[in-house]
Design a protein around this ligand. Structure first.
Ligand code: NAD
Length: 269
C-alpha cells in the first residue's frame, strides 16, 4: 500500500510536541502540505523545529499559532490556512491536555479548562473544517472524499479513569461528537473518525515512563509490553486520511498495544 497524500492540506492541532508532532511528520512524509498548529509563544520554537524536520525531509508546511479553545483564533487560523494553501483536506483534532485532581477537590477552573481545550477546541476546529469542505466540494484529483476529520480521543473514551474525571469526560464526549458528525455529513462524503491511543511516550504522561520502575508498572496494563510512539499514531492517521480507508467512518480505532483487552484478566481476573 503506497499512500500518497500529495496536494492535500492537513492541519494538525497541538503539533509542536508529542503525538501531534509525530502525526505532522507522518503526513508530510506521505506528501501532504502540513499546517503545524501551536497554542502560544512558548511553543513556537518547538513548532519551528517540527517544520524544520519536514523541510529537511523535502516536505512542505507552515506553522500557525492559535489557542483552539478560542473561537476568534480558530476562525482566524482557518482563514490563514485557506489564504496560504487554498483549502483544507484533512483536520487532525489533536490538541489536548490534563489537569488532574481527585474529583472532590477538582475546581471548576480545572474542569472547565480541560473541557474547553479537549472538547470545545475539537468542536470549533471541526466546524470550521466542515464549513471549508462544504464550500469546496469534492475534488477527485485530491481525494474521493470531500474531507477527512480525525479526532484524537483516548482509551479513556471507554476506560474510566479515577483522578481524571475532566479528561475522561472530555474523551467520552469526543466519541459522540465524532459519531454524530459522521452520521450528519456521511452523505456529503465527509469522513470522521477517532484515534484512541493507549500509552504513547510523550510529555503528557512523562511520570508514567520516565523511570524504569514507572515503565515496568505501566507494562502491567499493556499486553504487547511496549509503550507506544508518536510514529505509531502517525501511521494510523495517514491511513485514515487516505482513500485506502474510504469505507471507514464513524469509527473509534484503538491503538493501545492491547490495553483495552484488560491484561489483568489474563490470569483469570
Ligand atoms: P503533548 O502534551 O505532547 O501534546 C499536546 C499538545 O497540545 C501540545 O503540543 C500543546 O502545545 C497542545 N495544546 C495544548 N493546549 C492547546 C490549545 N489550547 N491550543 C492549541 N494547542 C494546544 O501530549 P500528547 O500525548 O502528544 O497529546 C496529544 C493528544 O493525544 C491529546 O489530545 C491527548 O489527550 C491524546 N492522547 C495522548 C495519549 C498519550 O499516552 N500520550 C493517550 C491518549 C490520548
Amino acid at each position: 500500500m503506497n499512500i500518497n497524500l500529495a496536494k492535500q492540506v492537513a492541519l494538525v492541532t497541538g503539533a509542536s510536541s508529542g503525538i501531534g508532532a509525530g502525526v505532522a511528520r507522518a503526513m508530510a512524509a506521505a506528501g501532504a502540505r502540513v499546517v503545524i498548529n501551536y497554542p502560544n509563544e512558548a511553543a513556537k520554537e518547538s513548532a519551528l523545529s517540527v517544520l524544520k524536520d519536514i523541510h529537511d525531509g523535502g516536505g512542505e508546511g507552515m506553522i500557525c499559532s492559535c489557542d483552539v479553545s478560542k473561537e476568534d483564533q480558530v476562525i482566524h487560523m482557518f482563514k490563514e490556512v485557506v489564504e496560504s494553501y487554498g483549502t483544507l483536506d484533512i483536520l487532525v483534532n489533536n490538541a489536548g491536555l490534563q489537569r488532574d485532581a481527585p474529583f472532590h477537590d477538582m475546581t471548576l477552573d480545572q474542569w472547565q479548562f480541560v473541557i474547553d481545550v479537549n472538547l470545545t477546541g475539537q468542536f470549533l476546529c471541526a466546524r470550521e473544517a466542515i464549513r471549508e469542505f462544504l464550500r469546496r466540494g469534492i475534488v477527485p484529483e485530491r481525494s474521493v472524499a470531500c474531507g477527512k476529520i480525525i479526532h484524537m480521543s483516548s482509551v479513556h473514551e471507554m476506560i474510566p479513569w479515577a483522578g481524571h474525571a475532566n479528561y475522561a469526560a472530555s474523551k467520552g464526549a469526543i466519541r459522540m461528537l465524532m459519531q454524530t458528525l459522521a452520521q450528519e455529513y456521511g452523505d456529503r462524503k465527509i469522513r470522521v473518525n477517532s484515534i484512541c491511543p493507549g500509552a504513547i511516550q510523550t510529555p503528557i504522561n512523562k511520570s508514567a515512563w520516565e523511570t524504569p520502575q514507572a515503565l515496568n508498572n505501566l507494562m502491567n496494563l499493556i499486553p504487547y509490553n511496549r509503550i507506544g510512539q508518536p510514529t505509531d499514531i502517525g501511521n494510523l492517521a495517514v491511513f485514515l486520511a487516505s482513500d485506502f480507508s474510504d469505507y471507514v467512518t464513524g469509527a473509534s480505532i484503538f491503538i493501545d498495544g492491547g490495553m483495552t483487552v484488560f491484561e489483568g484478566f489474563a490470569t483469570g481476573g
